[in-house]
Design a protein around this ligand. Sequence first.
Ligand SMILES: Nc1ncnc2c1ncn2[C@@H]1O[C@H](COP(=O)(O)OP(=O)(O)OP(=O)(O)O)[C@@H](O)[C@H]1O
Length: 474
Amino acid sequence: MSLVKSKPFTILLVEDNAGDVEMFLRAVEHELPRHDAEQVELVVAARAEGGLKILAERPIDLVITDIRLPGMSGLELLQRIHDMNRHIPVIMVSWVDAVDTAIEAVHHGAFDYIVKPFEKFDLAMRIHRAMRISEIFAEQRGSEVADPATLPFRNLIGNGPAMQKVKAMIDTVAKVPATTLIIGETGTGKELLAKAIHERSDEADGPFQVVDCTTFTEGIAESELFGHVRGAFTGAVSDKQGLIELGSRGTVFLDEIGDLPLNLQAKLLRVLEEREVRAVGSTEQRKLAVRFVAATNQDLAAKVKRGEFRKDLFFRLNVMVIHVPPLRERKEDIPSLARHFLGRYTKEFGKPIADILPAALTELIAYPWPGNVRELRNVIERAVMLAKQDTIDRSQVVNLLHADRHSSGSIIEEHLHLPYAKAKEKILEEFNRQYIQAKLNAHKGNVTHAASEAGLPRPYFHEIMRRYLKKEGD
Ligand SMILES: Nc1ncnc2c1ncn2[C@@H]1O[C@H](COP(=O)(O)OP(=O)(O)OP(=O)(O)O)[C@@H](O)[C@H]1O
């Protein structure tokens, strides 16, 4: 898909304050990344009435309007624009004291809002996202196909308002050939969401290739990602496809994109923009048909400001964004998730456990879940494993939620029936799982802080997480 347009992208700015107009001009001129041939034109009107006149006379791709204007207000203008053409994205601008009105406007169909006083980076980021999204949807409208009947979300449990929003976003992004960024704390289900996007997209019949960006150090990593040709370096005895090409005609899931080393970020950006990949040691650029979904639990904008993440890659990724709220902010999903995992583990362990008692559910709902859905899954798994009755009751749940306070004697007793080697393996596994979970809990799921307190490099900590907190077949 080429996003390069021959006609300029035209932004209508409705703003009566000359200083703010100047600020916009500077942000657009100096901060906004754009394709080589792309031109951005800014048309300014001081009043809503003037803005409407311009809209009637010429094509406008994006409107940015102050909420407070002399004469017709920004909100009325939003309404009038939507009456004319509901596809034009409108960004509302307000002072902090009017931010409620701006949020209200978003509920009524505004695309986004910006709060004064502006920060150049934030301003450019929001304008850029609106530009790219309006292009993506314009292209999609050009080749509109009948909407397929909505598939049910088989594996994605939770139907509260937050998850419904997430599911609606999944359906939106799956229909357009754009890179998606999923942002959420560890264990919120980002990989599961990425799979759901893949399954609902045109690439569903192709592979779903996971690329764990925490495992790349500079150097050899480039060939792992992009492949190499025979003789490219010592040990390259034959041509080898990279992880990205292995996702051809399917989806490449870039997990923990925030951890990708800077040199690879530059190369990945080229791949995302050119849709071509060049193997190490090769001069040939190979065309690539791949959907990219990236995920992070880090604040990428903050990383950009610290010089740890490339601004151009951030802008490129920060277009189709899905925020997955932490489990503590969608507690309404806890009962259905808990029962889902109960079903899974009773089958796996062959134990006929009928239900989780209401008092036990109350405990589960009250707990803050710093490890999110993954931690809930692990608690239910252990509850089923240890259960001696046909229901899970409150005391079992309370014990498990505070497992880190258990004496080490009990864990040994639990495994005494096993031969030495097996018992050691199981206890070590349990230690790793509890240790990592407790460290994550203590840092509200922040992997960087948890790893630092554990005295482990972040990639190594992450590797232990993958091994002991994640499971095969997830
Ligand atoms: N909504 C959900 N319904 C069912 N299972 C879920 C849901 N969300 C997460 N899970 C399960 O929780 C576990 C963790 O999910 P996943 O690995 O997708 O999280 P993540 O956000 O990618 O984590 P990390 O940031 O640590 O890589 C998996 O077992 C996944 O199947």
